[in-house]
Ligand binder design. Sequence first.
Ligand code: DX5
Ligand code: ZN
Length: 223
Amino acid sequence: MPRLPMIAPSLLSADFARLAEETARITGADWLHFDVMDAHFVPNLTFGLPVMQAVQAVSPVPLDCHLMIENPERWAPGYAEAGARNVTVHAEACADPRAVARDIRAAGALAGLAIKPGTPLEDYLDVLPDFDTLLVMSVEPGFGGQSFIADVLAKVRTARRLVDTGELTLIVEIDGGINADTIEQAAEAGVDMFVAGSAVYGADDPATAIAALQEQAAAAMQG
Ligand code: DX5
Ligand code: ZN
């Protein structure tokens, strides 16, 4: 069966003064990516649980929470309890990734593990059976609008192979610098879920941008 590409626009590139309207512009997306930053794990600071709950109440699509925070074991289950479809924590920030995954799943969400561009996938192969999604960062986490780091596609290829052979069951997600120039190489490497911030919310019409990215990725997956 051919894989179908999924698109998760990142709210980080939306107009923060109009969050409800901004969610209404991406009804054709699969998930809405919600970047939580704490000014410690990453230099930047964005939004947290109260804003997530407000967005969750109006979003037409499920929320994909990407926690770029220290001490994720303390906060991750709250996002799951609030109704997130997926809650992703950073491998580099977790003392015990399996325990965090267990808590996220127990609270009703899918559990995701994110790895920064320089973090080897091999270091986490043993914990991945406890996760539902793998988020391969293709920029250094912290800011939208950065350039795609193509070297991380080696990790995507490895993850794809492990999923296709049945060794792991994961949604393979990529985040950072995804746009019309980069999505095809990511699709060919084996990504299922494409996060796109500036490429969606920076476009004149986010709905058109989502459809175009989806189509480009689907063609690249088949080719
Ligand atoms: C970066 C965030 C990304 C960001 C992507 O730390 O995790 O989700 O919003 O933005 P673009 O698509 O503009 O690179
Ligand atoms: Zn993100």
